[in-house]
Design a protein around this ligand. Structure first.
Ligand SMILES: Cc1cc2nc3c(=O)[nH]c(=O)nc-3n(C[C@H](O)[C@H](O)[C@H](O)COP(=O)(O)OP(=O)(O)OC[C@H]3O[C@@H](n4cnc5c(N)ncnc54)[C@H](O)[C@@H]3O)c2cc1C
Length: 241
């Protein structure tokens, strides 16, 4: 998205934005690899999968190599929050598998929900599963294809083999200007520039780095016995190959 922002408001914006990062870091931004993902969710009237017939559950979490790939069952009945109820991810997929759920599905094509329902009814033929009868009555379905959402380029960053140097540059960007005694105020953070793309942990750790940078920029720092990432950078920085 950062790369796309450069081209949004004509040449006047391009030049100042271009100056925010060195060319090598822009290259790392441009080559960031994103992983596609799709989720197809159905609200259910009740957690029907807990029904036991002839010693068997009606249905369980279902992982397979079929179109649905991963089907997950969610029962929020014990929740203390405002959102209760039950539902199922008919399908949760990544990469090539999620691309199978892209594209317009208006009639006469069956919906993706229909495809998943038929598949799962077939897999659970012996328990006589009839999923259509279990879905909620009012607007029970949601499908999200992250590669199709505005301001997302897919679900999350996932480095490809050989991208270590790009990753090192992005992660280390928060240190720009620090050694020179002139820390700049443009700071990259978020799981996309962390070593653990796709996990909230990377969002948190890179945010801590950014906050430490801001403290230093505005003349602050960390307390003596709790050194921040900038104080420890020489010892802990990623290896430069
Ligand atoms: C399908 C999916 C499943 C996931 N599963 C897991 C999981 O099981 N476990 C896990 O740990 N992580 C999971 N993650 C990853 C996790 O959601 C991210 O790592 C985390 O949300 C990243 O946090 P962040 O603060 O870096 O970015 P974000 O959470 O994306 O926050 C960025 C924020 O900036 C806002 N924003 C953007 N542009 C602007 C602007 N110009 N002005 C103001 N605000 C702006 C956005 O609206 C957003 O709220 C999953 C992600 C996806 C997509």
């Amino acid at each position: 998205m950062l790369d796309k922002f450069r081209y949004m408001d004509g040449k006047e914006r391009f030049t100042p934005m271009n100056n925010l990062l060195p060319q090598a870091t822009w290259e790392a931004v441009m080559y960031t690899h994103y992983m596609q993902s799709a989720k197809i969710f159905a609200n259910t009237r009740r957690p029907f999968w807990n029904d036991v017939e002839n010693g068997r559950y009606k249905m369980s979490v279902t992982l397979s190599d079929r179109l649905t790939r991963g089907t997950y069952l969610l029962d929020y009945a014990p929740s203390n929050g405002v959102n209760k109820g039950s539902g199922m991810f008919l399908s949760y997929t990544w990469n090539d598998d999620s691309l199978k759920f892209l594209g317009d599905r208006s009639a006469p094509l069956p919906s993706h929900v229909d495809l998943c329902t038929t598949l799962l009814d077939t897999v659970y033929a012996d328990t006589q599963l009839n999923l259509a009868a279990e879905f909620g009555m009012v607007d029970p379905f949601i499908e999200i294809n992250w590669e199709n959402e505005p301001f997302y380029l897919c679900a999350f960053k996932m480095n490809l083999p050989g991208q270590y140097e790009y990753q090192r540059l992005l992660f280390s960007q928060f240190m720009s200007g620090v050694k020179e005694g002139a820390p700049d105020g443009f700071i990259l953070s978020g799981d996309d520039i962390s070593w653990t793309g796709g996990w909230a942990e990377g969002g948190v750790t890179t945010a801590l780095n950014a906050v430490n940078k801001l403290a230093v920029k505005f003349g602050g720092g960390t307390i003596e016995h709790n050194p921040g990432p900038i104080d420890q950078w020489d010892a802990l920085q990623p290896l430069q190959l």
